[in-house]
Structure formats: structure tokens, C-alpha cells
Ligand binder design. Structure first.
Ligand SMILES: Cc1cc2nc3c(=O)[nH]c(=O)nc-3n(C[C@H](O)[C@H](O)[C@H](O)COP(=O)(O)OP(=O)(O)OC[C@H]3O[C@@H](n4cnc5c(N)ncnc54)[C@H](O)[C@@H]3O)c2cc1C
Length: 432
């Protein structure tokens, strides 16, 4: 039995609502009645809004545009590969809002709140798991910095708790407490943080956008951005020309390449970031842990693999694979923290291309070309931002003004010196 959600356009199939009942009845039918989660749309000659990039940012933008701003008219997402094949499907799935600076914290906390209602909102199981994140500290100075960050989080309505070593040891007993090169002294915990199934987030937003009439066009690479008299008029794609009233770019690691097609030079460098997964293990790590004396973070997937990562490769690259020195560095970080990791077997590693901005914070703004908008600079933290990124970018594209929680993410801040430098390392994209 399928349940009609709503018939959103005359020529579209009624949507199937996912529920216990639909799973149960499909099971009785041998699962022969499921429908595709979205249509395979063909490009139309023109749209009111064309969103470039079918990753988390682009699909969430399409969803919130269609849902919250239906007055914008016809919307398409054009994706050069397949939906969710970029960084949204390659990340280590960590969601959190443990930021310090006023430009960042309200935005990421807004995103956290959207995560908390996302599965109901999308009627899609995104496996959002608020299993908590422990940021370990290893010195008095680091403890003080974390206390400051925790206080900033509390002031913005997020949750935070500072644990000393004894408290931490009770909750996370398997760290190397007694013989560590960098002794663990405690942790800043955000208990509402956690993980979400990254592909499901892309698929859920894709389905939600499709249900509201958005055309999702795959295998369609944008090769030119047309402008007339300083105003965008459309895009050339590998599947033909598409005219557009507004064009919104959300292409993550390809941001500089795409912006160059509109004559723009961005304050962004592209770097590879790797991630790793071990063979499946019994439940072992029921939270997310970050090492404070090196760059290493780890959680356990619902399939049992330990999922972990570390630093970017440190030089500019568009290759979606990583170098061996970083593999070694990440594994050393893991072993320093949890020597037991040495007994697991690494199953796979992969890479994605990060759009590293000069201050480590994102850009959600208009561009100097009228009706051309940009969503970029997510560095390696854009997955957790997906709901708020889409929500705020949709607001900007529809209304032409920034959403209040994303108001600091202006392109012009680099020229004006209003940086949002969470790590305080300056204009060094590879250090953010
Ligand atoms: C290994 C790794 C680990 C990470 N871990 C985390 C984490 O734990 N937590 C976190 O918050 N973030 C994490 N991130 C970062 C996060 O995944 C990204 O910041 C975020 O996904 C970027 O936004 P997106 O989803 O829109 O990008 P993408 O999914 O990359 O979407 C961009 C899309 O644009 C398409 N595109 C590019 N050029 C064109 C063109 N010319 N025409 C049409 N389409 C085009 C691409 O094919 C791609 O599908 C990680 C990233 C990686 C690689």
C-alpha cells in the first residue's frame, strides 16, 4: 500500500510517505512496490533559479527554496555527476555546534536545531544520532581555551560541559590515560552533537525538493555562466543551454573553478582531505572523540567500522585521493590516543576536495554579478552546516538579503578585514 503525501504537480507521481506502515506493507509485498525517491528530470530551456551542485548545500537550498519561498518560481539543481557523489557522500558525518566566535556559533547552533527535527521534516531516516562529541584537552592552557569556548556556546543557547580527567575516564575509559605522549586532562563535551548518515541527508533533501517540483538534473556539468550588462542570464551545460533568472553556486571544492567562469577570483584554495574506515567491529566507541594534541577524530558507524580522519593534505589539489604521509600522520594520532586501534584492520580510505577559505569560515553571499549567488568556503566542516547552509542560502537567493544567522558570511569580509578566524591562524587555508 502506498500513502499519498500530496500531489505537488499535475504531471508528477504521488509521493510515497515512509512510515512503519509502508515498510510493513511493502514487506508483505516482497518490497516490489517502492517507487524511486525522485524523478530523473530532463533540463528545461529555462528556470527562475538554477542551483549548481547536487551536494548537501545545493540540495538543501533547493528544498528550502521550494518549501519556504515558492514565489521564486521554477527551480532546477544541475549536478555534473550523481546526486550526493561529492563531499556530502565522503565526509566523516560529524555534526556539532561547538564554535567560539559570534559570527559562527549562532549559525551552527541553528543548524543543530534543524538537524534535531530533520527526519520528521523530510520524512526520511537520516540516522541522526546525538551521541555527543568529546574534544579532549591536554594542557591547562587548552582547558582554559575550551572553557571559554564552552561558555560562548552556552551564551548562544547551545549545550556544553567541561569534564576533568576523572569524569572523562568514567565516560570514555578506553583512551590512553596512563602512558601517553600528550596526557589527556579532560574534555569539552557537547552532548547534542553526534553523527548523521551523510548520503541519506543528500537523498532526503533530494526527495523533499523533488516532491515540491524541483528538477534534479544529473550528469549535467556547468561549463559557462552567461551574463549580460553585469547580470547573470543562464548557464551552458554539457546537456545544453539553460536560461535562468538567478544562478546559485554550491559546488564546494570546485568553487574557484566555477566562479572563474563568471570572471570571479575567490579567497579560496582547494585541498584534499582524507577519511578512513576499519573493518566492522562490535560496538566499541559510542560517541565522537577529537584528539586535542594532534589532528584526529573518530566515531563508529552503525555498520561497525571505526570512521576517522585528520588533517588536509596540506597542498593544493583537485585529486580525490590522498597522500601517504597524511595516512601515517592520522594513524599515529589515533595510536597515541587509543593504542587498541593498532589491532584493527584498515578497510578503505578516500578523499574529497575542500574549499578552504582564508579564515576557515564559509561564504554565503551575493557576488559582484547581479543575481549570481555563492555558497562556498566550507573547509572541512560543511556537512554539519548542511541544513542551515541550505536554509540561509535559500533565504538570500529568494529575498536578496542575508538571513540574520548567516549575516557574517559576506564575501567582502576578506577585503574589509572582518575575518571569522576560529583557529586564529591567519590567512593560511591549509591551517584552518
Ligand atoms: C573526508 C572528509 C571528511 C569530512 N568530514 C566532515 C565532518 O565530519 N563534518 C562536517 O561537518 N564536514 C565534513 N566534511 C566536509 C563536508 O563534507 C563539506 O564541507 C560539505 O559536504 C560541502 O558541501 P556540499 O555537500 O554541498 O559539497 P559536495 O557534496 O561536494 O557538492 C558539490 C557538488 O557540486 C558538483 N559540481 C562541481 N562543479 C560542478 C559544475 N561545474 N557543474 C555542476 N555540478 C558541479 C560536484 O559534483 C558536487 O556533487 C568532510 C569532507 C571530507 C572530504
Amino acid at each position: 500500500m502506498c500513502i499519498t503525501l500530496f500531489n505537488y504537480q499535475e504531471n508528477l507521481l504521488p509521493a510515497m510517505r515512509y512510515s512503519f506502515l509502508s515498510v510493513f506493507t511493502q514487506a508483505l509485498r516482497g518490497h516490489t512496490g517502492w517507487k524511486p525517491a525522485w524523478r530523473k528530470a530532463e533540463p528545461a530551456p529555462s528556470y527562475d533559479v538554477v542551483i549548481i551542485g547536487g551536494g548537501g548545500g545545493g540540495l538543501a537550498t533547493a528544498y528550502y527554496l521550494a518549501k519556504n519561498h515558492p514565489e521564486v518560481g521554477r527551480i532546477a539543481v544541475v549536478e555534473k555527476g550523481w546526486l550526493g557523489g561529492g563531499n556530502i557522500g565522503r565526509n566523516t558525518t560529524i555534526i556539532r555546534s561547538n564554535y567560539l566566535l559570534p559570527g559562527n556559533e549562532p549559525f551552527y547552533e541553528f543548524s543543530m536545531k534543524l538537524w534535531e527535527g530533520l527526519e520528521r521534516e523530510l520524512n526520511y531516516n537520516a540516522m541522526v544520532s546525538q551521541r555527543g562529541i568529546y574534544n579532549l584537552y591536554h594542557s591547562d592552557a587548552q582547558r582554559d581555551a575550551f572553557a571559554r569556548r564552552g561558555n560562548a556556546m552556552l551564551l548562544h543557547g547551545a549545550d556544553a560541559q567541561l569534564l576533568d580527567k576523572a569524569q572523562l575516564r568514567r565516560e570514555v575509559p578506553y583512551l590512553n590515560y596512563d602512558n601517553a605522549r600528550f596526557p589527556v586532562q579532560g574534555a569539552l563535551v557537547q552532548r547534542r552533537a553526534g553523527t548523521a548518515r551523510h548520503d541519506a541527508v543528500a537523498w532526503g533533501y533530494a526527495r523533499g525538493a523533488d516532491l515540491r517540483g524541483v528538477d534534479l538534473i544529473e550528469n549535467c556539468e556547468v561549463t559557462r555562466i552567461f551574463q549580460e550588462n553585469g547580470k547573470v542570464t543562464g548557464v551552458e551545460t554539457t546537456r545544453g543551454t539553460i536560461r535562468a533568472g538567478k544562478v546559485a553556486m554550491a559546488v564546494a571544492g570546485s568553487s574557484s573553478l566555477l566562479a572563474a567562469k563568471a570572471g570571479l577570483r575567490l579567497p579560496i584554495e582547494s585541498h584534499a582531505l582524507q577519511a578512513f574506515v576499519t573493518e566492522g567491529l562490535k560496538p566499541l566507541i559510542d560517541t565522537v572523540i577529537t584528539f586535542g594534541a594532534g589532528h584526529f577524530y573518530i566515531s563508529q558507524s552503525d555498520k561497525g567500522g571505526l570512521v576517522f580522519g585528520g588533517d588536509i593534505d596540506g597542498y593544493n589539489s583537485y585529486a580525490q585521493r590522498g597522500n601517504l604521509p597524511v595516512v601515517e600522520d592520522v594513524c599515529e594520532g589515533g595510536m597515541a590516543l587509543m593504542p587498541m586501534l593498532g589491532r584493527t584492520r584498515l578497510l578503505r580510505s578516500w578523499g574529497g576536495i575542500m574549499d578552504m577559505s582564508m579564515d576557515g569560515s564559509p561564504i554565503i553571499d551575493k557576488t559582484p554579478v547581479d543575481n549570481l549567488f555563492i555558497n562556498a568556503g566550507w573547509c572541512y566542516g560543511g556537512f554539519k552546516a548542511t541544513p542551515a547552509s541550505g536554509f540561509c542560502f535559500a533565504h538570500l537567493v529568494a529575498r536578496g538579503e542575508p538571513h540574520p544567522v548567516a549575516a557574517a558570511y559576506r564575501l567582502g569580509r576578506f577585503a574589509e578585514g572582518r575575518l571569522i578566524d576560529e583557529k586564529g591562524v591567519g590567512a593560511q587555508p591549509n591551517l584552518h
